[in-house]
Ligand binder design. Structure first.
Ligand SMILES: [Zn+2]
Length: 249
């Protein structure tokens, strides 16, 4: 069952998932865009979460993925089938989402295993189907700079580095930017709190990820919503400054 009920993190923006992995729903006049789909096990939260908002599966109009990693693809296929809403992702991440092809990361996971947080994450993945989420059968693709015709009319910001097709999603009217895994506020492998890049063991290129932070900074959004960790409410510029000052993690 639901690990926690959705919490409203900005007007009309609801966070759900778990303490370790976030996913979100954006309500725009009763129509919803789901941003990232967490782990497959979070599916149990979707209908109760929607009904707590006075909404149902029929109100889900779009599913937008920031990238194609397992802990963001999660229940996407199940939600697509149940709601009929299309799933969109950047072209470069289509293979990750549709075939669950493995990405090649720049560093090994092994050195991180001294952190209890790493084991907690792996256990959390294992108990929530995160090792092998169902691939998404049909996806649409979006491009850098595109304004999506989905509830909230977000703009796509190409922010590669964590994956090669990673994008942040900016809902200007809602004052939020979904960072995906372009940055996090709690390191999923070390457990360190604060704005920072994802660990190198999870990145295709931390150097590219670092260079991509400028796109998030440029949004000037008040709230940055990461895939991992608590909402950052002190503005995109401060989030980016802190991540830059820490360097690769
Ligand atoms: Zn992630």
């Amino acid at each position: 069952m639901a690990e926690f009920a959705p919490t409203e993190v900005a007007h009309g923006v609801h966070r759900f998932g778990s303490r370790l992995v976030n996913c979100y729903m954006v309500d725009d006049g009763g129509r919803l865009t789901v941003v990232d789909c967490g782990l497959p096990g979070f599916w149990d939260q979707v209908e109760p979460g929607l009904s707590s908002l006075g909404r149902s599966l029929q109100d889900v109009a779009a599913i937008v993925l920031t990238h194609g990693d397992n802990d963001h693809v999660g229940f996407a296929e199940r939600l697509r089938e149940a709601s009929g809403a299309p799933v969109s992702i950047h072209q470069e991440d289509v293979p990750l989402a549709t075939t669950k092809e493995e990405k090649e990361t720049e560093a090994s996971l092994v050195p991180y295993l001294r952190h209890p947080a790493a084991w907690a994450l792996l256990a959390h993945f294992a108990t929530n189907g995160g090792m092998a989420p169902p691939p998404v059968a049909v996806v649409d693709t979006y491009e850098d700079g595109q304004t999506l015709e989905v509830p909230g009319a977000p703009r796509v910001l190409f922010t590669p580095g964590h994956t090669s097709g990673h994008c942040a999603i900016h809902f200007e009217r809602h004052g939020v930017v979904f960072a995906g895994d372009a940055l996090c506020t709690r390191n999923p492998l070390t457990g360190k709190v604060g704005s920072q890049l994802l660990p190198s063991a999870f990145n295709v290129s931390s150097e590219r990820a670092m260079a991509s932070l400028g796109a998030i900074e440029a949004t000037a959004a008040q709230t940055v919503l990461p895939g991992h960790g608590e909402p950052w409410t002190d503005g995109a510029a401060a989030a980016v400054e802190e991540a830059r000052s820490r360097g690769p993690t």
